[in-house]
Design a protein around this ligand. Structure first.
Ligand code: BJW
Length: 246
């Protein structure tokens, strides 16, 4: 049920928990000015997924895929973390164990000060050698050459996970362990439709955790979580800090 106030039983369980895990999605960065993917004004209403976010698209036209990423990288340079990112970073200081699992590739959690981060879908500032699979950081944006190449002449790709691709080795296993072993699991700003990330709240719930959702609109998982906080995460997350800072 939607409720702006924090119910007593939710507050008590949150404040006394020792192990917390969080899954975030594009909505946590929306207040920073990063576009979400789904919904009326989402990225996928303007750009065709098959043209930019599949390995086939990159094989067909790497420059076109890179144009899209180059633009997003350039925009991100002037984007700052928002109160939702900072609230999650502050929570990490309080709980004996805290893991932040994110589907986002924008790096904003790290910039807000979060430490124990699991990036499910990669990082937009990393590039991968298409021949050797070596991963390096490339901060320059916009890039001079699209697609960029390294000094061996190998084409580089964004180190992100496209549809139909496996997540980086070990990453989903690590995230599932956190979901299984936490007492409270927060789901923030995700439509919870993309697998395998969307299975994490289910794993947490089945393992006995209290699952709390922070979202603008009802999602696929709203019926099954313990409580949904409707509203901007920058407004609904910071009140949780009051419960643990006393
Ligand atoms: C706010 C807010 C505010 C807004 N405050 N909230 C099993 C079943 C069915 C399908 C599959 C399956 N296994 C695999 C698939 C296929 C596919 C999949 O899940 N498809 C579904 C769409 C059906 N999955 C994959 O291909 C994955 N790979 C995989 O599973 O490998 C094994 C395998 C391969 C092939 C076959 C079978 C198995 C890989 C998925 C990769 C996703 N990649 C992207 C792009 C990343 C790079 C990039 O950014 O460029 O990841 S797609 C895009 O969606 C991005 C996101 O991380 C991801 C999730 O989106 P997210 O974060 O939830 O954003 P939105 O926009 O959907 O939601 C935002 C939410 O925030 C909304 O609810 C708003 O209301 C809310 N909000 N403002 C709070 N201020």
């Amino acid at each position: 049920m939607a409720d702006e106030k924090i119910p007593r039983h939710v507050a008590d369980r949150f404040a006394t928990a020792k192990r917390l895990a969080v899954l975030t999605g594009a909505g946590v960065s929306a207040e920073s000015g990063v576009e979400t993917f789904r919904g009326e004004d989402g990225t996928w209403s303007k750009v065709n997924v098959e043209d930019v976010a599949t390995p086939q698209a990159f094989e067909r036209d790497p420059a076109k895929v890179w144009q899209w990423y180059d633009l997003r990288r350039d925009k991100l340079k002037s984007i700052e973390p928002n109160p939702a990112h900072y609230a999650l970073a502050a929570m990490e200081q309080h709980f004996p164990h805290f893991a932040l699992i994110t589907q986002n590739i924008d790096g904003l959690h790290k910039r807000a000060g979060s430490k124990n981060i699991i990036e499910l879908h990669g990082n937009i500032w990393e590039v991968r050698d298409t021949v050797t699979d070596e991963i390096t950081v490339l901060r320059e944006a916009p890039l001079k050459e699209l697609p960029p190449r390294n000094d061996k002449g190998h084409t580089l790709r964004p180190n992100v996970v496209w549809f139909g691709e496996m997540l980086p080795p070990g990453v989903m296993e690590a995230a599932a362990r956190e979901a299984e072993n936490c007492e409270v699991f927060l789901v923030v700003g995700t439509s919870a439709v993309v697998q395998p990330a969307a299975s994490l709240p289910i794993i947490a719930k089945r393992s006995g955790a209290m699952v709390l959702e922070f979202t603008l609109h009802w999602t696929e998982i709203s019926d099954f979580v313990d409580h949904t906080f409707l509203g901007k995460a920058g407004k609904t997350l910071p009140p949780l800090l009051d419960l643990i800072s006393k």
